[in-house]
Design a protein. Structure first.
Length: 203
């Protein structure tokens, strides 16, 4: 996946660029920076959801996106929430549901699952699409600390097992370290990649 972004603007106001990213299968990067700096905007461009920018995007890697909210189909059970969006076979979906710890929950509707289980269902759906690159936007936010820690370990395992690359948007440098992702810091106006800010005890 290649992005050479010259500029991204909203209503004539430039928020991002210039910046470049290269990301291949098996590589992991995390983008960090203050609220409103442009992290989600960058993820939307990389995922192909936002094509309204100046620059070039390329690479034929399959991409899957995991958002902070699981965005599930409310009237379909967990199994169909994996098979319908991805087109994968029932057996493949059952296997991914098992890998995220949802055996026995296949026939449940999203409203019958906890938030943590819904997040794991969204993770199973993303991996069932057999992505080369997984793009994740704050996927561990608003989970209690224990659930977030388990999700992080699970994500690390599934990335290693599948060989997929990772582009993670997060506020939390510790998440990037746990996932062994190279940290990229966004700063400035319009935002670009910058050197890491000093650690709090050195500031
Ligand atoms: N659809 C939109 N229309 C207008 N402005 C937008 C739109 N989406 C984002 N912006 C602006 O672009 C800038 C970057 O937003 P973005 O959501 O990418 O930031 P972020 O770093 O992901 O923030 P947070 O960490 O709070 O989620 C912000 O100033 C935001 O107000």
């Amino acid at each position: 996946m290649r992005l050479d972004l010259e500029a991204k603007a909203f209503a004539g106001h430039e928020v991002l660029g210039p910046l470049s990213i290269r990301l291949a299968r098996g590589e992991r990067r995390a983008v960090l920076g203050p609220s409103g700096i442009g992290k989600s905007t960058l993820l939307r461009i990389l995922s192909g959801l936002d094509t309204d920018f100046r620059g070039r995007i390329g690479g034929d890697e399959r991409r899957a996106v995991v958002f902070q909210e699981p965005v599930l189909l409310p009237w379909r059970d967990a199994l169909a929430n994996v098979t319908i969006p991805t087109g994968c076979a029932d057996g493949v979906a059952r296997d991914w549901l098992a890998q995220v710890g949802l055996v026995g929950h296949e026939a449940k509707f999203p409203r019958q699952l906890s938030l943590g289980q819904q997040r794991r269902l969204a993770l199973a759906r993303a991996f069932a699409a057999a992505p080369d690159i997984l793009l994740m936007d704050e996927p561990f936010a608003s989970l209690d600390a224990g659930t977030a820690a388990r999700m992080l370990v699970l994500t690390d395992e599934l990335l290693s097992r599948s060989g997929a690359g990772l582009f993670l948007v997060t506020h939390d440098p510790a998440e990037a370290r746990t996932l062994r992702a190279e940290a990229l810091y966004l700063g400035g106006q319009p935002a670009r990649f910058q050197p890491a800010p000093p650690a709090p005890d050195q500031a």
